[in-house]
Write a protein that binds this ligand. Structure first.
Ligand SMILES: Nc1ncnc2c1ncn2[C@@H]1O[C@H](COP(=O)(O)OP(=O)(O)OP(=O)(O)O)[C@@H](O)[C@H]1O
Ligand SMILES: Nc1nc2c(c(=O)[nH]1)N=C(CO)CN2
Length: 189
């Protein structure tokens, strides 16, 4: 479903060049196949190398039990990256998918199949989108401790639109499947 544009409100994504506002973005990374840490670090570096994207924060790394994944799935490494960008949200989504492809991310019909790399857009400023190709805010972020915990580490005051303060959402979730891996650290890129 696409949004009906309001002719009286300028859609920031239709602006070009220097007119485009800088938006703050929360990206969630996950990997449970292959060299998980290399995939996450490669993703952070690729994000940092993207024109018009500036990485402002990288969370601690968490080892997490797979949620809603097929039996026998291996644990994930998860982290969150904060960026500022003037890219339109859909361009950033395309970039995220291209970065997944660099790590041979396979797309199958199996829901939550093991993956070398998953790059999810959690929020892009105050942008809302209901497209199948881009849902913002991410429709499942509020129920995912593996997203909210690293985000809260970076931004304890963060608020997830429509759902509330991230620390309050976390308090209502079972965080027992998360282990902070202080022996693993991601560089800013
Ligand atoms: N906010 C978003 N972040 C990432 N992908 C999104 C988002 N909204 C829509 N998509 C679309 O979802 C598809 C990616 O789905 P994918 O197979 O990676 O889902 P998943 O990571 O397995 O599950 P989940 O979306 O629950 O994390 C892509 O085609 C992408 O365009
Ligand atoms: N622990 C964990 N579980 C998941 C993850 C993930 O990144 N970490 N991603 C999923 C779909 O994107 C489904 N389940």
């Amino acid at each position: 479903m696409t949004e009906t544009p309001n002719p009286y409100i300028v859609d920031a994504d239709t602006l070009t060049g220097e007119m485009r506002p800088i938006r703050r973005v929360v990206l969630a990374l996950g990997s449970n196949l292959g060299d998980r840490m290399s995939c996450l670090q490669g993703a952070v570096s690729a994000i940092a190398d993207t024109p018009d994207v500036w990485v402002t924060g990288v969370s601690p790394v968490y080892e997490t039990e797979p949620v809603g994944a097929p039996d026998g799935s291996e644990p994930f490494l998860n982290a969150v990256v904060l960026v500022d960008t003037t890219l339109a949200a859909h361009r950033l989504m395309e970039r995220a998918l291209a970065i997944e492809d660099v790590y041979d991310r396979e797309r199958t019909d199996v829901v939550n199949a093991p993956r070398t790399l998953d790059v999810d857009l959690i929020v892009v400023g105050d942008r809302r989108s209901h497209d199948e190709s881009l849902r913002l805010p991410h429709p499942r972020a509020h129920e995912r401790a593996f997203v909210l915990q690293p985000w809260a580490d970076l931004e304890p005051d963060a608020v997830l639109p429509d759902h509330g303060p991230v620390v309050e959402l976390l308090a209502a979730l079972d965080g027992s499947g998360l282990t902070r891996r202080d022996d693993l650290e991601l560089d800013l890129g």
